[in-house]
Write a protein that binds this ligand. Structure first.
Ligand code: ITT
Length: 206
């Protein structure tokens, strides 16, 4: 038996356990383990005051890195429906109000969209990696698709029961997690981050 290679560990600053699960399933096969910064440190609420996914991802990563005195990554993500002026966008988690549940957000979206035929949409994810001293970099991913006419499936989270990715006939809510994890905005952002060397810390930190 050859020597076992210790997995590389990344620290993720997210309060969203679904995101954390997806990071772990996507990065696990690459021998990268993901720990939650919120499990290891007390992190006060970080306000998302940016006006873009990138600004919010950078705010979350930089504040969490400085509070924890560690290198961390964070992400900001959401759904853009083109016929709704790209709403809910950066407000995806709080579309129906600051305390809104996923179901309330989804109901608001379906109500606003009604039976419109123009249902094209995309999920966006921007990742940011930061040290306590500085932002290391960002990477973005998307998945294009459309909003179905009704809610189908109970897998995933957020808007997954109504999002049908291009080239598929089922919603993310109906798909097995491993299938979502090969094509999702989060998977694409992580792939881009790896391709551009973002997680190669020795290289990124010099
Ligand atoms: P953190 O900021 O702590 O990471 P959060 O849930 O508040 O957690 P965001 O501000 O980035 O994260 O909001 C993301 C929202 O976008 C999420 O709550 C969903 O409504 C939506 N969303 C993003 N990715 C999604 C996905 O893969 N499936 C379903 N909905 C998603």
């Amino acid at each position: 038996m050859g020597p076992s290679v210790k997995p590389m560990e990344l620290l993720a600053a997210t309060t969203n356990l679904h995101k954390l699960d997806e990071f772990r399933s996507i990065l696990g096969p690459l021998n990268i383990s993901v720990a939650s910064a919120y499990d290891r440190f007390t992190i006060p609420e970080i306000e998302e005051t940016g006006t873009t996914f990138e600004e919010n991802a950078v705010i979350k990563a930089c504040e969490a890195a400085s509070i924890t005195n560690s290198t961390v990554f964070a992400e900001d993500s959401g759904l853009e429906v083109f016929s709704l002026n790209s709403d809910p966008g950066i407000y995806s988690a709080r579309y129906a109000g600051s305390e809104a549940t996923d179901q309330e957000n989804l109901d608001k979206l379906m109500q606003r969209l009604g039976v419109s035929e123009d249902r094209a949409a995309r999920y966006v994810c921007v990742l940011a990696l930061a040290t306590p001293e500085k932002l290391v970099g960002v990477a973005e991913g998307e998945v294009r698709g459309r909003i179905g006419l009704s809610q189908l499936g109970t897998n995933g989270f957020g808007y997954d029961p109504v999002f049908i990715p291009d080239g598929h006939v089922t919603t993310f809510g109906q798909m097995q997690r491993c299938d979502k994890d090969t094509i999702s905005h989060r998977a694409n952002a992580l792939k881009n981050a790896i391709d551009c060397g973002l997680f190669n810390l020795e290289k990124s930190l010099t």
